[in-house]
Design a protein around this ligand. Sequence first.
Ligand SMILES: [Fe+2]
Length: 271
Amino acid sequence: MKWKTYDKGDVLPEDYKKALLNLMSFQGDSEYAGAQRVAENHRFAPRPEEAYRLSKKVMEEMGHAYYVWNLMQDLGVDVNVRLQELARNPTNPDPKKVNVINGFRKENWSPFFECWEDVALFSTVVTPAAVAFLGQYRECSYLPWARTNVRVHKEEHGHLAFGVWASKRCIEFGGEKTREFMQERIPKFMKMGLGFYGRPSAGQTKSQMFDIYYEYGIKVKKPEELQAEYMELLESRLGDIGFEVPQGVEADYDMRMGYEAAESGATIETA
Ligand SMILES: [Fe+2]
């Protein structure tokens, strides 16, 4: 491994710790907000089995927040106030107190969901981006966080499998008309998936923070590498269901699900 690594209990350099906690807080807070959003999608559930499987996803997302927050607590962060802010203000948590990615804020999320087909497509088309993005943390230089993300990555793969299953069921029950209806809805989610990692690292508009994270080995892959992984996963799953891969879809970076440009995130006080 080309980066200096740190394990539980090691003294972390101040700048490293600051950068690490920024990214960890984005994961922890956003996993929880993501769970809240997925829970709201219960209103679209068409059958008991779908409702049950969606609940399992909600629980696992809450778990992801819990594991990451535990690691932050080890580093002296008061994570109770973060949970409380999100739990008390699910629709509009204060950006000065928690770091929730744009895509998981209710006002950004809700317009994407009009029916159960959208719920199935989100897990099919956007989740592969999370699988690739969070997957990189398995190799990051802060080993406790790397280990946590081994489990998170497995469960995110499970959520992708849920999306494939749910999409196939939509088509099974709705037939060719439903397949066509869903095919047309793929691009709106693909824009989100393509924008997940931020802008390519060589561009002039790239994030200033990316270089710092990359140098520390907190982020270990460039946006373009993650996007290639995303496309590979996406193409295989869409093909498996019987969808075509839409061409010419452009990334929406403002709906950014990733968070490398988060210089102005909530301040994190440590004891
Ligand atoms: Fe998650």
